[in-house]
Design a binder for this molecule. Structure first.
Ligand code: UD1
Ligand code: MG
Length: 448
């Protein structure tokens, strides 16, 4: 059965206290909405429909950037979750598969749960994802009878007896498309909120004699983000899951609680990630590499046998081949470092290619920016760059060439040459001692 995702993302999110639409607030470097889309994509849906309202233009940009096939529908007035889903009626006319309704502000939903939910439609007309809440608060309550779901009652409309139940509605739901739109045309807004409740379709289906079911998940999985406190909580949950997953997959982390992952971080087996490492988006670390303490990586690829840090920064486009060594206070951006190259101390390497086994001395800087444009630096295999060399790009240093420390290199260095680009040293006999004597005399004269 083909699947259409309908993701609700029109709400304002007043309690976020933000100019940014709620669903674009990030968890682990990706907007919440993208997390939901990724989870939904695990069902291999034929359609992915986003219902947007507040901040629709920026929501559209993010959605289409992530998945150009996603469809976007504007809900100009937010009249309730039922009204929101109904916006997809025309787009899905003729679609006979299953619809999975998701919330753009529930980023922790798991692929496995969605699979179970969808599979349950083989013996249920409408299946709702529910959870036992520690504190059911203002969630809608699932009213069941034995194994069957009878109806959903919203907190505002619930009796005291119903409020005391703690099987709650996550909001996620599965139902065949034709039935969904048939049931939606039967609901009204005569309730405490004056809204069209999606949840009302359950009672309507039951009234037609259909069987409805609940699939259960953990409370943390359905965490809905309404405030910055919830956002921090969702981040915490996400990080805890990723750390546990990495440990399970064979990554060594002596202090996992200090390591921060992005939604797409990939770390191979037997890699070691030391304390206080931060992974921004787009990082892959291959098996056996070691990321030392206090390093920050983003958009970077680290191959087998590399050692990065402590205190290193890899920025987007840092591509390290096998056995590269990056040491403390080194920044690498948009640069390719071939096998065995070393940049061990206090350097900036940007827009460069560094040949295999080249050694970049402490304090070396690729001067890649002239104030208007960026330029490339190329360093050959087995080259030796002396400490504190300024490489004024565009410039190249050939294979096995050297630069003298303290040089400012403005012209290409041919293979095998030694380039010296600094003022010649002169030694003035005993001038240091004479100078000090003179200065002390001046100071004494002032005191007297
Ligand atoms: C909803 C459920 C409730 C459930 C809870 C779980 C209904 C009637 N109630 O309540 O049973 O326990 O979620 O979190 O469905 N949205 C739109 N357009 C609208 C209205 C809402 O896109 O017109 C979106 C919101 O942005 C949000 C989601 O739908 O992402 C849920 O809406 P919200 O107003 O938060 O519903 P709740 O009152 O929390
Ligand atoms: Mg809500």
């Amino acid at each position: 059965m083909s699947i259409a995702l309908v993701i609700l993302a029109a709400g304002k999110g007043t309690r976020m206290q933000s100019d940014l639409p709620k669903v674009l607030h990030e968890i682990a470097g990706a907007p919440m909405l993208v997390h939901t889309m990724v989870a939904g994509q695990s069902l291999d849906p034929e359609r992915c429909i986003i219902i947007a309202g507040h901040g629709a233009d920026s929501v559209r940009d993010v959605v289409q950037n992530h998945n150009s096939d996603a469809e976007f529908i504007l809900q100009t007035e937010q009249l309730g979750t039922g009204h929101a889903v109904d916006q997809a009626r025309d787009t899905l006319a003729g679609f006979i598969g299953n619809v999975i309704v998701l919330y753009g502000d529930s980023p922790l939903i798991q692929a496995e749960t969605l699979k179970t939910l969808n599979a349950s439609l083989s013996h249920s007309a409408v299946t709702v994802l529910g959870f036992e809440a520690k504190d059911p608060g203002r969630y809608g309550r699932l009213i069941t009878n034995d194994d069957n779901l009878k109806r959903i009652v919203e907190f505002k409309d619930a009796s005291d007896a119903e409020k005391s139940m703690n099987l709650c509605n996550s909001g996620v739901m599965a139902v065949a498309a034709p039935l969904l739109f048939e049931l939606l045309s039967e609901i009204d807004n005569e309730n405490a909120s004056g809204e069209y409740y999606l949840t009302d379709i359950v009672a309507k289906a039951v009234a037609h004699g259909a069987v409805c079911k609940v699939v259960r998940c953990t409370e943390s999985e359905t965490l809905g983000v309404n405030s910055r406190v919830d956002l921090a909580q969702a981040e915490y949950e996400f990080q805890s899951q990723r750390r546990a997953e990495a440990l399970k997959n064979g990554v060594t982390m002596p202090a996992p609680e200090t390591v921060h992952f992005s939604y797409d971080t990939y770390i191979g087996r037997d890699a070691i990630v030391e304390q206080n490492v931060v992974f921004g988006p787009g990082v892959t670390v291959e098996s056996g590499a070691r990321i030392r303490a206090f390093s920050h990586l983003e958009g970077a690829h680290v191959s087998r046998g590399c050692v990065v840090g402590p205190y290193a920064r890899l920025r987007p486009g840092a591509e390290l081949a096998e056995d590269v060594k990056i040491g403390n206070f080194v920044e690498i951006k948009a640069s390719l470092l071939a096998e065995g190259a070393k940049v061990n101390h206090l350097s900036y390497i940007g827009d460069a290619t560094i040949g295999a086994r080249a050694n970049i001395g402490a304090g070396t800087v690729t001067c890649n920016y002239d104030g208007v444009m960026k330029h490339h630096t190329s360093i050959g295999e087995d080259a030796f760059i002396g400490s504190n060399t300024m490489l004024v790009a565009p410039v190249s240093v050939g294979q096995e060439a050297m630069t003298a420390s303290g040089s400012v290199i403005v012209r290409d260095v041919p293979a095998g040459d030694l380039a010296i680009g600094r003022a010649k040293q002169e030694n003035k006999t005993w001038l240091a001692v004479k100078l000090m004597k003179k200065l002390r005399a001046i100071k004494d004269a002032k005191k007297g």
